[in-house]
Design a binder for this molecule. Sequence first.
Ligand code: P6P
Length: 343
Amino acid sequence: MSENANEMTGAEGVATQFTLADFIREQQEVYKGSGAFSSVLHSIALGVKIVSQGVNRAGLASMLGLAGSENVQGEEVKQLDVYSDEVFSHVLGRSGEFISMVSEERENMFQARAGGKRSRYVIAFDPLDGSSNIDVNVAIGSIWSIYRRVSDGWQVDPLDTSDYLQPGYLQVAAGYALYGLSTMFVFSTGHGVSGFTLDPSIGEFILTHPDMVVPQDGNIYSCNEANVRGWHRGVQRYVEEMKEGGNSARYVGSLVSDFHRTLIKGGIYLYPSDSRKPQGKLRLLYECAPLAFLAEQAGGRASDGKQNVLSLVPQSIHQRCPLFIGSKNMVARLEQLIADEEK
Ligand code: P6P
């Protein structure tokens, strides 16, 4: 820290950092984008900055504690969930690029605020995943997934969800925000995975993790082993194999945190189905599919135990699916053990 408050770090310390705006501009030039998508990414980044401030202020703003309502998942809703849903709905809605949206916090799909005939995309998002960790100050996140719309017209029928019932490999972009020791914005538009870290002193996202790649192998497995007795025999065998030495168990209980670590260090995150949750716990449309898109873009893999998550076609917007995601060779080994048990 300089002694004299008037002394500043050299301009080279800040002015030459590669910002999200620089990255979006470059991508638009390289991929001859129309600019519509650039506007979308800027809108999402703005929503992340606003939610990040809300999350960081939660303790002071006494927003902790229950909002006294329940969401479609039947879970107690924390005030930050409601706040985050409203932030993303407003900020994304007024971009005009989305005809409709799906949020984990809302039972039905809903018309985007400025959605109209020229809107070319739809977006599904989990505005604040892992919110049960808010009260214990553990990192939480937001997850989003964007498809080209297949419907036409300028008004939506809240029950016509055809725009969302597309396989994950048709996503045009997906990403997450991680509200941790620093706020990160990680996404892919189909040309690899890039990670940006918010510099709160200038309010800009800085490119800190270019071209993120999942190691093909890893030695970390991440699951809630309290549920192991209800898992498929192949999954149980895999977890036993991981205990044969040289591996570590890491489980934050916050999907974005566990996935982010897996993306960087390698390893495998598992949320299997079990007797009480026959389709697993995680949601296909706005949790599994976007993370699977990122994993595959980074050279990893995501499976429901039998097939690539990206090949699954949702039958409903809040559909659940089992998730095994991370290092390609680890997911492949797990799929092999499951297949062996099916013979
Ligand atoms: P469990 C949080 O509620 C969440 O949706 C994910 O963020 C997390 O990975 C998972 O559920 C934790 O579930 O059953 O282990 O508490």
